[in-house]
Design a protein. Structure first.
Length: 131
């Protein structure tokens, strides 16, 4: 039963991150002018990170007793999402506000890579828990 709940929490995490990254965010920038899409996505990111933190933490708590590697991987996702929300996201916003395009590009690139790593790791956990 715990494995099934951990699997579902991880599936929610994977699906949510994938939908936000490859569905919602690109849709906003294709449907709205950049001067409208940018502030909207900026308001959405704190909620996205809270979702990633909560879903991965719940998944970690459920998985750890049955599969320590899966639990540790999900806990690592939660921890790095906290760091992204509290440190990386504000730094990106400061770069945007200052008009520092180079810094923004570098920090935004780091956030994209981190999210892709989270998606890959959650997929690996999904496959591991599904066995």
């Amino acid at each position: 039963m715990i494995n099934a709940a951990a699997l579902l929490a991880t599936a929610l995490l994977f699906g949510g991150m994938t939908l936000f990254s490859f569905g919602f965010a690109p849709f906003l920038f294709s449907a709205l002018p950049a001067d409208s899409a940018g502030p909207l996505i900026r308001r959405a990111f704190p909620h996205f990170y809270l979702f990633v933190i909560a879903a991965s933490a719940v998944g970690a708590a459920l998985a750890i007793s049955g599969d320590k590697m899966a639990g540790a991987t999900l806990a690592a996702i939660a921890l790095t999402a906290v760091l992204a929300r509290q440190l990386l996201m504000p730094a990106i916003n400061r770069a945007t506000d200052a008009g520092d395009r180079r810094r923004f590009a570098r920090l935004h690139g780091a956030s994209v890579v981190l999210t892709l790593v989270h998606i890959v790791l959650s997929a690996a956990v999904l496959l591991r828990l599904a066995q």
